[in-house]
Write a protein that binds this ligand. Sequence first.
Ligand code: F6R
Length: 614
Amino acid sequence: MCGIVGCIGQQNLIPFLLESLEKLEYRGYDSAGIAVHNGDNIEIYKAQGKLENLKNLLNDTFKNDKNLKSGIGHIRWATHGAPNQINAHPHSSFEEKVSIVHNGIIENYKELKKELTEKGFEFKSQTDTEVIAHLLEDCIKDENNYSNAIRTALKKLDGAYALGIIFKDNPEILYAARKCAPLILGVGEDSNFIASDVPALLDYTKRVIYLEDNQIAVIKGSSYQIMDIDGNILDKKPEILPWEPVTISKMGYKHFMLKEIHEQPDVIRQTLFDKLHTVSDPLVLKEVKLTKETLEQLDRIQIIACGTSLHAALVGKYLIEEFTGIPVDVEASSEYIYKRTVISKNSITIGVSQSGETADTLTAIRQAKDNGSHVLVITNRPDSTMARQADSMIPVNAGFEVSVAATKSYSAQLMAFYLLAIYLAEVKNTLSEEYIEDLKKELIQLPQKIEMILSNKDKIQDCAVKFHNTKNFIYIARGINYPVALEGALKLKEISYINATGYPAGELKHGPIAMLDETIPVLAILVPGKVYEKVLSNSEESKARNANMIAVTSEDNEHLEAVFDYIITIPRTNEVFSPILTTIPLQLLAYYIAEFLGKDIDQPRNLAKSVTVE
Ligand code: F6R
């Protein structure tokens, strides 16, 4: 959460700060701010709300000022203190000698605030960040140089930080530091940069250094030095990014979410491209570095993830157990990290994360790794902290996802699990060759089947019209589609703010059925297979309580018509692959309901795309 940027030596300083913050808007959008050094003083501009408000605050003469020395910028997702202008970053020290931008959380800020207040420092904001600014000013008084002061201050902080720091009396240097929050140094020709994430820098440089925990960068316009927290100088060379600048365009769609939903067929083709060559050849997962011996002995898997990635993991559990018989435990990362870490002997740990930066999942996989587990990461960001710390990876190739609500990255994660489950079945010989070939044939047909759903959205839009004023929504399914019910409900909650809950269909009668009446729609996912009849009879039970019934199904028959008010049909597929198809109407339904309600679909309130605080 929160995005930070910084720059020194760049003539177009303000355009850099604003353009790079725009690329980080997915990290937060409560408020934005910049601090620039004009050679004599630090000037600060902040605005509540979206970046656009900050842009409107700055006049053109200032925006084009070529004489500014250095600058830092911030886009906020509030943790401590309301999202208002006072709490917006950058924050300055008492005598305004230091200005900083911060991503992360300082856990001991209350103790530090007390100490600093006793020393006479006055606080203006409710943020944890402000203590760092005052602490730095306090440390400069005692230290003979700026990096020593920074090191002394950082040693007093507990928690996570990515920091950009400028000092009033030292205009030629920009400082940066990192612990448990992402931070990159971009190396240019006569200017250098910092940013929380790569897209912010790609228009300016492709030469980057990923700072590691407890590292400090001392950055001038044409040189830089990296040291550890004890002041030892480190030899870190830039790596060249293989990517082109990210064009953030809606390509004619009204929202990024709708565009990303429509990209899913191609995302799936792309995921299969280098892994599934022919149906008779074994799958190629070249970044999975598990030895043959480990794979043969593998008898347990634990998967850790959050949010939508957790739902993909639940589908993954079903698949791996179904195809290989290996027991799989799935746990929310935020729960995993506060229990005893139990790693069984022949097990591996899988972390699933679109961003590869989610703090809870990062901590969880570190714990698993520290306890001796092989860690495999399924991520859309092969350059992320998680990917760098993992032993193995399955990159999911969904491309840059702008909308805060995950859609195409989720489908790509599901594909990663299909490939992994089949791969394990091939290595461990748990399925017949014929069945594996059939599975692969079906996989190849999935993109076309999604295209069929996307080209026929009328029924979904009808449902959205009918139910957009509903206060409560229930999603039910069983088996492999149960996680899809959870995901459908999450999508609706996130972007429309309607209360939606996913249940295993069989659980309805154990309590939730008490809520049902004519005001509540129940959406049931039912595809032919092991649980079709059961979900149908649970739907009948709901119908008998006057609920409005919606089906997402590949069937179309009189029996369904008698139970359901709306039937959204999807193409037929093997039950195990149905989550890839059943997900699409649920994403669209959430989208159209939120659109009818006029919500801020791509940037829903209170959310951010990369959740880097625990
Ligand atoms: C929902 C959503 C979130 C994320 C969750 C984990 O649409 O995007 O629930 O899935 O914050 O994020 P990652 O996958 O980046 O670890």
